[in-house]
Design a protein around this ligand. Structure first.
Ligand SMILES: Cc1ncc(COP(=O)(O)O)c(C=O)c1O
Length: 434
């Protein structure tokens, strides 16, 4: 095995894959598994997660927060990669779980995670979802609007702990679609509305107001918006619990600078020391930065097309398994996994019927050929979350790799799955007004 890359470009590329990734001959190795063997065993596209890197990240967050603010809890934002195996790993690592809606709640419960550690979110929680949460014993419900209060007061049999989500009027520099802290956001209550909600909750005998929640957005590459949000909510008075949300960015390309977890925690906890009561319990809800860098997607090259102005490498996936590019313009990098290195410049495109179905506008790939395996690193967050059946694509499997062993934790969809929700019709020949 030759773990050392033979040049600087390859070394930079390898930095984007899970820690410990190496090159054996010309072949990418992650979690001790050769990329081509993974592709042969599980097919493509496939999401490959390095379990060691995932657990290491969870511990880095957990221990990093605990050492800076002992009365604290890291709560994984499960929307970033909702898959039963992931819920299990995060629970085993001692993290709480942020669930947004009934589906995530069901998955978290089926993984055996403790509902007392769950934080339920949503700007449009239905009666059914709130009933499910109350019945399951979800520890904390985050109030996003006054209707949440009405609904919960009607259905809570005993006492339910709640937080009020506050819109801090902090405009974090990120894509508009994933910026949530500004004053036009659909999430949370303005400072003045939050005051009214707090008053109302203080007089409730069923809803126990524990504190406040704030989340300013996702893929944030600067610590300042996080600290400004802490300062903003501190003006609402003193509480027992502050959930400071998630939002730290992931490093998708080598030229990006992302604050390390420790730098982010230093800034956040620094702001907490400055503005929040010393006795308060602090929660944080990282999603993207928890899971993104532990995973890669493997594709197969279907065609290589050299044109007069542009050359394309087209793979067997695309916006069916990665909407981050077309929704948010997220930049990614890639390599031919069985011939790691740089070469000619191509657009890496998918197989879907849109020109916007492009994984990377311009990427240097080393001699790509039909049948080669392409590895795109940093696809752990929100890619599977938003995977879809565009053009009848089958959602990819999830494979966990560790110490040279690969385990399938979620199988690929099948064509039968695509047909499985169909119902024979008509079921009745009666007209509705008969
Ligand atoms: C309430 C809440 N908390 C946490 C997160 C996780 O954010 P990120 O994945 O950027 O860490 C989100 C996602 O946007 C969210 O809406």
């Amino acid at each position: 095995m030759t773990p050392q890359p033979d040049n600087q470009a390859t070394a930079e590329l390898l930095e984007l894959f899970a820690t410990g990734a190496s090159v054996d001959g010309e072949e990418l190795v992650v979690g001790g598994c050769h990329a081509s063997e993974l592709a042969a065993s599980f097919g493509t596209p496939s999401l490959i997660i390095d379990e060691g890197a995932l657990r290491a990240r969870a511990r880095r967050y957990r221990d990093g927060l605990a050492s800076r603010w002992p009365n604290s809890q890291v709560v994984w934002a499960s929307k970033s990669l909702p898959c039963t195996a992931l819920y299990r790993v995060m629970h085993e690592e001692g993290l709480g779980i942020d669930v947004a809606g009934g589906g995530e709640l069901v998955m978290a419960l089926s993984a055996g995670a403790d509902p007392a550690t769950f934080v339920l979110h949503g700007n449009a929680k239905t009666d059914r979802e709130l009933e499910m949460a109350v019945a399951a014993g979800v520890g904390t419900v985050v109030i996003d609007n006054f209707d949440d209060i009405d609904r919960l007061e009607r259905m809570v049999p005993d006492v339910q702990a709640v937080l009020v989500r506050v819109m801090p009027s902090v405009n974090a520099a990120t894509h508009d679609a994933i910026s949530t802290g500004h004053s036009n956001s659909k999430f949370g209550l303005s400072l003045s509305d939050a005051k009214r909600a707090i008053e109302r909750l203080r007089s409730s005998d069923r809803l126990r107001l524990d504190g406040l929640h704030v989340h300013v957005g996702s893929q944030i590459l600067d610590t300042e918006p996080f600290t400004r949000a802490v300062e903003a909510i501190a003006s609402l008075g003193e509480f027992r619990v502050y959930d400071l949300g998630g939002g730290l960015g992931a490093r998708y390309t080598h030229d990006m600078r992302v604050p390390p977890v420790e730098e982010y925690l230093d800034a956040l906890v620094g702001a907490a020391h400055e503005h929040l009561p010393a006795s308060a319990r602090i929660l944080i809800e990282p999603g993207r930065s928890m899971v993104a860098e532990a995973a890669m997607t493997l594709y197969s090259v279907v065609t290589v097309k050299r044109g007069a102005t542009r050359s394309f490498v087209a793979v067997d996936g695309g916006m069916g398994d990665n909407l981050e590019v077309s929704l948010y313009g997220q930049a990614f990098d890639a390599t031919v996994a069985n011939r790691v290195g740089r070469g000619e410049t191509f657009s890496l495109v998918g197989r879907h019927c849109e020109s916007g179905d492009q994984l990377i506008e311009s990427v240097a790939l080393r001699e790509p050929r039909i049948g080669d395996v392409i590895a795109v690193p940093v696809t752990g967050a929100y890619c599977m979350t938003m995977a879809n059946n565009y053009n009848g694509a089958l959602r990819p499997p999830i494979v966990m790799v560790h110490n040279g062993v690969a385990n399938l934790v979620q199988r690929r969809e099948t064509y039968d799955d695509l047909l499985s929700r169909d119902v024979a019709w008509p079921q009745s020949r009666r007209r509705s007004n008969d």
